[in-house]
Write a protein that binds this ligand. Structure first.
Ligand SMILES: Nc1ncnc2c1ncn2[C@@H]1O[C@H](COP(=O)(O)OP(=O)(O)O)[C@@H](O)[C@H]1O
Ligand SMILES: C=C(OP(=O)(O)O)C(=O)O
Length: 475
């Protein structure tokens, strides 16, 4: 076995969006290596806010000549991951994938073995959605990921996704999904009772039916099933199913009237009491990222960042999820305030017409590129793979398009959390993103990226130019 290591250090750089030991964010400045496979650590106390100056040291090491599956942890103290000799000798660094892959961890992939297979398959970030599962369940998953990182040399970051103030199902009468037949009658209630009642859905928010009228439409998970409100008694809604579909555990509810979203939960704060408790949980568990749901204003990002810097010595990064029309109106200030962005297409598709999603996605990515913030494209990238072992052509095209637009990361949701083909879905992301990256390189598309200048002082500008030249030479 040959251990090749490269150590590059730079001081007084003012590059932003470089996050701790996370592998998420380097694509912003570097287009020439599979940085997922390298470990990055910053000196203790390094800050990466705005144009603040900070010292950092980048170390990368590559273990050559070891089969991925047989790899052992390497000594040395910095975050390491492994790449196979074959990949390096055949393609060199330029041939290695740069797009980071985020997997939502759910019951279908939470065993140590499944997580290891995902890490081997290229998972760079494990996402834990606090809408689902208990804190004990999430703690167990975080423990397994830490174990894999420590013992097997992976470099998987952990991201906690807050539930946010949304109306969702607490119980729908079954432990897993339930088929809803057209014409069936259901009661939606905020009353909490032990156990389940047939055709009765308990919701999480007492005021969920405020302002809702007879004739309004109740849409489940942005279109999984649809009901008409036929009667209102107290806070309860009696509804008839008008579009058959599925109720998943924790499904989200939205209300529509005359083709427009009824803004019921707008008064709710971005971070609920439960979210703050989940944030304390994440700090205690040493997670790397918080993805903040339903950000409508930069202030909620700033509040969370202030809270994190007062509570944690570790630099935990905050990613704002863009999933409401309000967040689109304040996009630039939200991107500036955040360490990164998630294009949360699931909820965004409930808030804006579906046909606008592709252009809005491109706009969000463009703003992130300009402000040099990492951006994740999320939701339904390979939705059919929740059930089937192969993706549709349209899904592969969607993945490729996100990479072509310079998204930094792609995310699996149900495909990995509850799907039967999590590893295959990850392999499709890996292959499709690698293919698009190498096509872009061959076509020399990277030169079209217009890097936003960050350096303020002359030394900063010089350092920045040196880095940009290195990037150009590497691509
Ligand atoms: N920790 C978990 N425990 C149980 N089920 C989960 C978990 N995480 C995700 N899921 C399931 O995977 C589906 C897709 O995940 P995700 O997209 O994160 O959630 P949502 O659909 O609520 O936005 C969820 O609807 C839920 O059924
Ligand atoms: C990623 C998303 O958020 P969540 O899974 O919490 O709905 C989304 O809405 O696309």
């Amino acid at each position: 076995m040959v251990l090749k290591s490269m150590v590059a250090s730079a001081s007084d750089l003012s590059l932003v969006s470089v996050a701790g030991n996370s592998p998420l964010d380097f694509k912003n400045r570097v287009f020439g290596g599979r940085l997922i496979s390298l470990g990055f650590r910053f000196n203790k106390g390094s800050k990466c806010k705005g144009n603040e100056r900070f010292n950092f040291e980048v170390r990368a090491a590559v273990e050559v000549g070891v089969e991925r599956s047989k790899s052992k942890a390497l000594e040395g103290g910095f975050g390491l991951d492994v790449v196979s000799e074959a990949e390096l000798t055949v393609k060199g660094f330029a041939g290695l994938r740069k797009t980071k892959l985020v997997c939502t961890v759910g019951p279908a992939c939470s065993s140590l073995e499944d997580l290891e297979n995902l890490a081997l398959g290229g998972m760079s970030v494990a996402r834990l959605n606090m809408c689902h599962g208990t804190r004990d369940w999430h703690r167990d998953v975080i423990g397994k990921i830490k174990k894999l990182n420590e013992e097997k040399g992976f470099c998987v970051s952990v991201m906690i996704d807050t539930e946010g103030s949304q109306i969702h199902v607490v119980d729908h009468g079954a432990p897993s999904s339930v088929k809803v037949e057209e014409g069936s009658n259901w009661v939606f209630t905020a009353e909490h009772f032990e156990g389940s009642r047939p055709f009765t859905v308990q919701t999480n928010y007492r005021g969920f039916s405020e302002g809702i009228e007879m004739g309004d439409e109740l849409v489940i998970d942005g279109g999984m099933a649809c009901f008409e409100v036929v009667e209102k008694t107290g806070n309860d809604l009696h509804c008839k199913c008008i579009d058959a579909g599925l109720f998943l555990p924790g499904a989200k509810l939205s209300f529509w009237r005359d083709g427009k979203l009824v803004r019921g939960n707008n008064k709710l704060p971005t971070l609920s009491t439960k979210d703050w408790a989940d944030i304390d949980f994440g700090i205690a568990e040493g997670v790397d990222f918080f993805a903040l749901s339903f950000v409508n204003h930069a202030d909620s990002v700033k509040d969370l960042k202030n809270y994190l810097s007062s509570k944690s010595t570790k630099s935990i990064k905050v990613l704002a999820k863009i999933e409401s029309s309000e967040s689109l109106h304040k996009l630039e200030e939200i991107v500036r305030a955040s360490d990164g962005i998630m294009v949360a297409r699931g909820d965004l598709g409930v808030e804006i017409p579906l046909e606008q999603i592709p252009t809005v996605q491109e706009d969000i990515i463009y703003v992130c590129r300009q402000l040099n913030k990492p951006v994740i494209v999320a939701s339904q990238l390979l939705e059919s793979m929740v059930e089937y072992p192969t993706p549709t052509r349209a899904e592969v095209a969607d993945v490729s398009e996100a990479v072509r637009q310079y998204a930094d990361a792609l995310m699996l949701s149900g495909e990995s959390a509850i799907g039967s083909y999590a590893q295959k879905a990850l392999a499709v992301l890996d292959m499709a993103s690698s293919r698009m990256e190498s096509w872009s390189r061959e076509e020399n598309r990277q030169s079209l990226v217009n890097y936003h200048q960050l350096g303020a002082s002359l030394p900063e500008c010089i350092t920045e130019q040196i880095c940009n030249c290195a990037v150009e030479m590497g691509t």
